[in-house]
Design a protein around this ligand. Structure first.
Ligand SMILES: *Cc1c(COP(=O)(O)O)cnc(C)c1O
Length: 377
């Protein structure tokens, strides 16, 4: 077995080695078909099997109920930021939607939606706040769900379940009835925590996720839509982006990103083989707790996110002496720990702990952090 460096990239991000090896073995000749997956008709019998198994495995992994369509789309989560309002905001002539602002990605979704209707903020963590005797900065905390203001006649409420840049995760999806808006469907961007924990679809109308964080390579976007929310697109919504014809054609309204779907399908099979979402849930809790506990106990490093909403997927941290940043990055890379540089909007460092990153990788990171602190702290 090849040994590889540990890749902590936020996305595109590390994939299971077994998946890459399977893809390599299949690359020029998929299972005796004489062609690569890239060369097959998306309507042929081989590819139909690949696509159908990918959807079936994804449904099994997340226990997706029958009243949800699973769509494989293109354009990434960024396209969905427009497609959510284009498909949903006109439902029943409502024309309005509410957004929870938890960080950079939620704000991007909000800004895009403003082009399509009357968009309001239901809650925001943009300001800093005093909580439990400490000050938490912009995007480092979350307003409690009982303080969100949702218009009961909004077409939907949007939230980002995991802020990949900021490192804030909302583990529990709100019950819309508790928010005084029982008829408002909840829409969640789960790009960076999909498949890391179970999803309570009874609380959701739409879930979307670009694959390249936790589900496969870039190029395919997973969209789960409750069936009653399909068929309300604006007249000017492009057909390839209207959920109704896409669902009606089993995501083959036009040529789908066949190779990306095949790769995601291999990831789904790998997940099933390794215990499914419940095993990933437990592993995510353990990996992230191990790293946060170390950071909290160290004199050199710090994580600035309120403990109740710390992401299990993306762990941003800072060196208290920022003049050591360049040395830290150079030494960590030489030690086989890749892509620890934080997003430019936040600075510092960030370690992404997706499903394909084992506890062993987190322990290697902590070993390096200790050694670096011993030499520079
Ligand atoms: C990466 C990311 C996006 C953007 O995804 P693209 O595929 O680049 O459009 C949106 N939301 C979240 C939470 C992300 O992590």
């Amino acid at each position: 077995m090849t040994t590889r460096p540990w890749n902590f990239a936020a996305g595109p991000s590390t994939l299971p080695l077994e998946v890459l090896q399977q893809a390599a073995a299949d690359l020029c000749d998929w299972q005796g078909s004489g062609t690569s997956v890239m060369e097959m008709s998306h309507r042929g019998k081989h590819y139909s099997r690949i696509r159908d198994e990918a959807e079936a495995d994804l449904r099994t992994l997340l226990a997706v109920p029958d009243d949800f369509e699973v769509l494989f789309m293109q354009g990434g989560a960024s396209a969905q930021n427009a497609l959510i309002p284009l498909n949903l905001i006109g439902r029943g002539g409502l024309g309005r939607a509410d957004y929870v602002l938890s960080g950079h990605w939620a704000r991007k979704s909000f800004n895009e939606a403003k082009r399509y209707g009357d968009i309001a903020v239901a809650a925001t963590a943009e300001s800093s706040v005093e909580l439990d005797g400490r000050t938490y900065g912009s995007w480092c905390w979350m307003p409690a769900q009982d303080q969100w203001h949702v218009r009961p006649d909004a077409a939907y409420l949007h939230l980002c379940a995991n802020e990949t840049i900021g490192g804030v995760e909302q583990a529990v999806m709100p019950d819309m009835a508790d928010l005084g808006a029982p008829d408002v469907p909840l829409v969640a961007d789960m790009s960076s925590n999909i498949l890391s924990r179970p999803i309570d679809f009874s609380r959701l109308g739409v879930v979307y996720a670009g694959a390249q964080k936790n589900a496969g390579p870039a190029g395919v976007t997973l969209v789960f839509v409750r069936k009653d929310l399909i068929g309300h697109a604006q007249p000017h919504c492009p057909s390839v982006f209207d959920y109704a014809p896409v669902a009606g054609a089993q995501s083959m309204f036009n040529t789908p990103p066949t190779f990306a779907i095949y790769m995601a399908g291999l990831v789904f099979k790998w997940l099933l083989k390794h215990g499914g979402v419940s095993a990933m849930d437990a592993a995510s809790a353990r990996k992230s707790r191990t790293l946060y506990d170390y950071l909290d106990g160290s004199a050199l490093y710090e994580n600035r996110i309120h403990p109740a909403v710390r992401s299990r997927m993306n762990v941003p941290f800072f060196l208290r002496d920022e003049s050591l940043n360049a040395t830290f990055l150079a030494e960590s890379e030489s030690a086989g720990l890749l892509a620890l540089k934080g997003h430019k909007a936040v600075g510092g460092m960030r370690a992404s702990l997706y499903n394909a990153m084992p506890l062993q990788g987190v322990q290697a990171l902590i070993g390096f952090l200790q050694d670096f602190e011993a030499r520079h702290g």
